[in-house]
Structure formats: structure tokens, C-alpha cells
Design a protein around this ligand. Structure first.
Ligand SMILES: [Zn+2]
Length: 293
């Protein structure tokens, strides 16, 4: 009797499957990446971000709920290049059987010196051209996880790539029109290496590639001297980390506040950076306004 009931139920769910197909459950490490997955996945994909809005993806501490989310995920996305130092342990603890998709795969990493070691700069998405590489990897990964949705992911991805290509071109043209000597700003930590390389802006910052690093008194004094010598006029805060150090440096140099940049975390949906594209566009607008002062 019991067996027949179970069989009947499973037939029923099989019969209704095409009409209301189960959503693909995706998990992304942080909000910027989660939005990209959402843009490509559309209404076929339910995506959750582990790090929340305004959260710091370097210094994140995973919760037991995160492990549960991972375990039931169909596909897991990380940005890679050393951003999510906490992810390997979480995946092991969660029992997730797959391997995370590294969305930065295939792009040219920037190498930098940090504490005497060569490390990759993880903030690749801050160039919109790199964002396109992320999108292509997401299209491929979602298509592999859900072949029935491949055409939809391809169409969403193509539309999204066009939008990012336009943002990239506009940023290049608008920033390129500003005299090179004025293209210098002060920010909290080194999150704009790829932006700097792509669009020709010099960023100075008191903290290194990871927000977990600490600046020595000597390094700070050197930075303050450099800012004065290069006449850097404007400083920015970041939505996802501690503003005290950059404010202190700014106060010592006379640099004026330029607002808040969104470097590695989106805002709430009703805030100024609810999506990756909005975040990129907003950063470009604020940086240009500061450099044109
Ligand atoms: Zn960072």
C-alpha cells in the first residue's frame, strides 16, 4: 500500500515536471557575482549570495546556513584569484560534491607584490571587459548544469555582454578625455588595479589587496608624502570596509571627500548600486566628477 502510494506520487511529480520545472539552485560567493548569475540565469535560476550586501568578501565568516545552502546547490560560483580565502573550508564542511565554477577563469590576472610575495589581484570585475569574461563563464556553467536552459542563458548572456561592452567603451572614452595628470584618487584599499589598468586612472590606498592587511606607520607616512607631492585632491570611502584609515590619511593631506565607491559589494536593491552594471556606472561617474574638480 505504502509502496503504491509512493510510486503514484513520484509518477505525479514526473508528469507535472515539464510544466513547472524546478529552478536551478545557484550559490555565489558575493553579491557582485550573484547579480551576474542572476542576469544570465533569469527566471530559471534561484541564486543566493553567501556574503550579503555591503559585506566584505575577503574577511567573511561563513555560517552554518551557508553550509546548508552549498550542500543543496546545483552550481556554486566563486570569483577566484584568491578573493574567497574562506571558501575551500566551507565547501569541505558543507559536503557539497561538485567543484565551484571559477568565474574569472581565462582572464589575464594582474600580479602584485604584497608583503614581499607575488600575489594575484582578485578584484578583476572592476574592469567591465573582465566582467564580460565572467558572464561567458557563467553562461557555460549554467548551460552545463541545465542544458534545457542553454538557449535562454545564451540570449541573456549576449544581451548582458553588449551592455557591459558599452559601459567599458564609455568609461574608456570619458576617462580618456580627462588630462592624465588629473586622473589620481585616494581610496581605502587596492581594489581598483584592473580598473586602473583598463581606464588609465592612478589609485593610491593605505591598505593592500585584502582588507585584512594592515598598513605600517612608515607606509602611511610614505603614502601621505606621495599624495601631497602628486597633489591628489579627492578621497573615496568604500561601502564594504572600515573608513577610518583613509579618512586619517585624507585629513593629513587635505584631500576632500568624493563619496562612496562600491568596489566588491552591492548595495541594497533600493540603494545606489543594486547591480554590477549600476555599481560600475556609478563608480565611473563619481571618479570622473572627482577628477574634473
Ligand atoms: Zn578587496
Amino acid at each position: 500500500m505504502m509502496l503504491r502510494l509512493v510510486l503514484a506520487l513520484s509518477l505525479l511529480s514526473f508528469a507535472s515536471a515539464p510544466a513547472e520545472a524546478r529552478l536551478v539552485e545557484a550559490v555565489a560567493s558575493f553579491t557582485v557575482l550573484a547579480d551576474m548569475v542572476h542576469q544570465v540565469g533569469g527566471d530559471r535560476v534561484q541564486v543566493t549570495s553567501l556574503v550579503g550586501v555591503n559585506g566584505d568578501p575577503h574577511a567573511y565568516e561563513p555560517t552554518p546556513d551557508d553550509a546548508k545552502r552549498l550542500k543543496s546547490a546545483d552550481v556554486v560560483f566563486v570569483s577566484g584569484l584568491g578573493l574567497e580565502g574562506w571558501m575551500d573550508r566551507l565547501i569541505k564542511a558543507s559536503g557539497f560534491k561538485g567543484r565551484p565554477v571559477v568565474a574569472s577563469t581565462g582572464l589575464q590576472p594582474l600580479r602584485m607584490q604584497e608583503d614581499g610575495r607575488q600575489v594575484a589581484d582578485p578584484h578583476a570585475w572592476n574592469s567591465a571587459a573582465n566582467g564580460i569574461v565572467y558572464v561567458q563563464n557563467i553562461v557555460a556553467a549554467l548551460s552545463a548544469a541545465d542544458p534545457d536552459g542553454a538557449a535562454s542563458y545564451r540570449a541573456n548572456g549576449d544581451r548582458y555582454v553588449n551592455e557591459l561592452r558599452q559601459l567599458d567603451t564609455e568609461a574608456r572614452q570619458r576617462i580618456g578625455a580627462i588630462p592624465a595628470a588629473r586622473r589620481r584618487v585616494l581610496t581605502s584599499h587596492e581594489a581598483f588595479g584592473y580598473f586602473a589598468a583598463a581606464y588609465g586612472v592612478t589609485f593610491l590606498s593605505p591598505v593592500g589587496l585584502s582588507t585584512e592587511g594592515e598598513a605600517s606607520a612608515r607606509a602611511l607616512a610614505g603614502l601621505i608624502r606621495q599624495i601631497k607631492a602628486e597633489k591628489v585632491q579627492v578621497y573615496f570611502l568604500e561601502n564594504s570596509n572600515d573608513p577610518r584609515l583613509v579618512k586619517q590619511v585624507a585629513a593629513a593631506t587635505g584631500a576632500k571627500p568624493g563619496g562612496v565607491l562600491f568596489v566588491e559589494s552591492l548595495s541594497n536593491p533600493d540603494g545606489p548600486a543594486p547591480t554590477y552594471a549600476a555599481m560600475f556606472r556609478g563608480n565611473v561617474d563619481k571618479l570622473i566628477a572627482a577628477m574634473e574638480r
